[in-house]
Design a protein around this ligand. Structure first.
Ligand code: NPQ
Ligand code: MG
Length: 367
């Protein structure tokens, strides 16, 4: 298909409550949406970078710039396929979240034109997936217990606690004491520790956690392999896994027994599927992470979460975990599950009124 134009749309959505991690406290979710216009129809992409480069080096204005300056000119005037986007952009280093957003939009347009759902296209084998929820760092343990209580009541099948030095063993102990050993429980440090914290992290072994996610720096894959020798709790990598090749290397090094898949972080849904395949081939469990996506990215993530190797509940929470109003029809938790969209493309589209309400700016680029 031929790209004839692309709309850049900045969206700002208030969060239902502040979301605190070891790297930031967020009260609103800033988003860059792409709407590609092609000779065969339109498609939507969502860029998951934050407004500031705190989770990774990418940030929204930087993504918009690299898209405008380099990625769109590289695709303009060509016959494009979704599978062809990454190869055409390959000469440009990094900027995976920017690439992922563009590939997602082309993929949506292409699959819609072909009448195929993203889930079917990727090889998903389930119509619904069990869902977990990520719980931010709180000001106090009672506040945390209230939040976890609410999520368990809502039906979430797995709880992930955000941790950092000073907020790790005690919140985990409190959740175990209050809700028992049967709750599927894991923690995510977002790189907040070093190997000098090995003894502190080993204290988490007493609580039967499913995994500890990305305790060390993004670049310290070897450090995770060393840490793994001192922990019983399986290490799961998030930030460090930037490609299928990085996943293969981390597995070979013994740095992780589990992998969090985020399509934006690895450069797109097609590379995310390859991460899944590499992990499955090595018997490494995977699950789909989340970046506080709108209904668009949430829909596409559910296709990843429905892949056969995604054997753990992911961070694919319902829309109302983050937003009072989503820009698509909301994803609603049903008995702890979300339905995997089965209609062509990513399977959802923005609701015009909601989209307009949260849009802070648009720009159309003709190609
Ligand atoms: C993680 N997500 O697994 C990320 C971290 C994260 C659901 O825990 C704006 C954009 C805010 C991206 C907050 C979850 C964010 C963000 C947290 C990503 O590490
Ligand atoms: Mg994480």
């Amino acid at each position: 298909m031929k790209l004839t134009g692309i709309e850049f749309r900045r969206v700002r959505m208030p969060l239902v409550a502040p979301f605190r991690t070891s790297f930031a406290t967020e009260t609103t979710k800033e988003v860059l949406l792409l709407r590609v216009v092609t000779d065969e129809g339109e498609g939507w992409g969502e860029c998951v970078a934050m407004a500031e480069p705190r989770y990774s080096s990418e940030y929204l204005d930087g993504c918009a710039d690299v898209l405008r300056r380099f990625f769109l000119p590289a695709l303009a005037g060509r016959d494009v396929t979704a599978a062809g986007v990454a190869p055409v952009l390959e000469p440009f280093r990094g900027h995976r979240m920017g690439k992922a957003a563009l590939e997602m939009a082309v993929l949506d347009a292409e699959l819609r034109a072909r009448g195929v759902s993203l889930a079917a296209n990727l090889g998903a084998d389930r119509e619904r997936v069990p869902c977990g929820v990520s719980v931010g760092i709180m000001d106090s343990i009672p506040e945390l217990l209230d939040a976890v209580d609410g999520y368990l009541d809502t039906g979430y099948q797995r709880i992930k606690l955000k941790i950092q030095p000073g907020w790790d063993v005690e919140p985990v102990r409190a959740v175990r004491e209050r809700f028992g050993d049967d709750v599927l429980l894991q923690v995510d440090a977002n790189t907040a520790y070093t190997l000098a914290d090995t003894r502190q992290l080993a204290k988490l072994d007493a609580f039967g956690l499913l995994l500890v996610e990305q305790p060390l720096d993004e670049e310290d894959v070897l450090g995770h392999a060393e840490l793994a020798r001192h922990l019983e709790t399986p290490i799961c990598l998030d930030e460090s896994i930037t490609s299928a090749r990085a996943a293969a290397a981390a597995i070979a090094m013994g740095a992780c027994r589990i992998v969090n898949i985020k399509p934006g972080r690895v450069g797109g849904y097609l590379e995310a599927k390859r991460v899944h395949d590499v992990c499955a081939a090595h018997g490494v469990a995977v699950w789909c992470g989340g970046m506080l996506e709108t209904g668009l990215g949430r829909a596409a993530n559910l296709a990843i979460a429905a892949l056969p190797g995604c054997t753990l509940p992911g961070d694919t929470s319902a829309s109302d975990r983050y937003f009072r109003t989503d820009i698509t029809a909301p994803f609603v938790l049903q008995g702890g599950f979300l339905p995997v969209p089965a209609t062509p493309g990513i399977g959802v589209e923005p609701l015009p009124d909601a989209l307009a309400e949260f849009t802070t700016g648009t720009e159309f680029v003709s190609l």
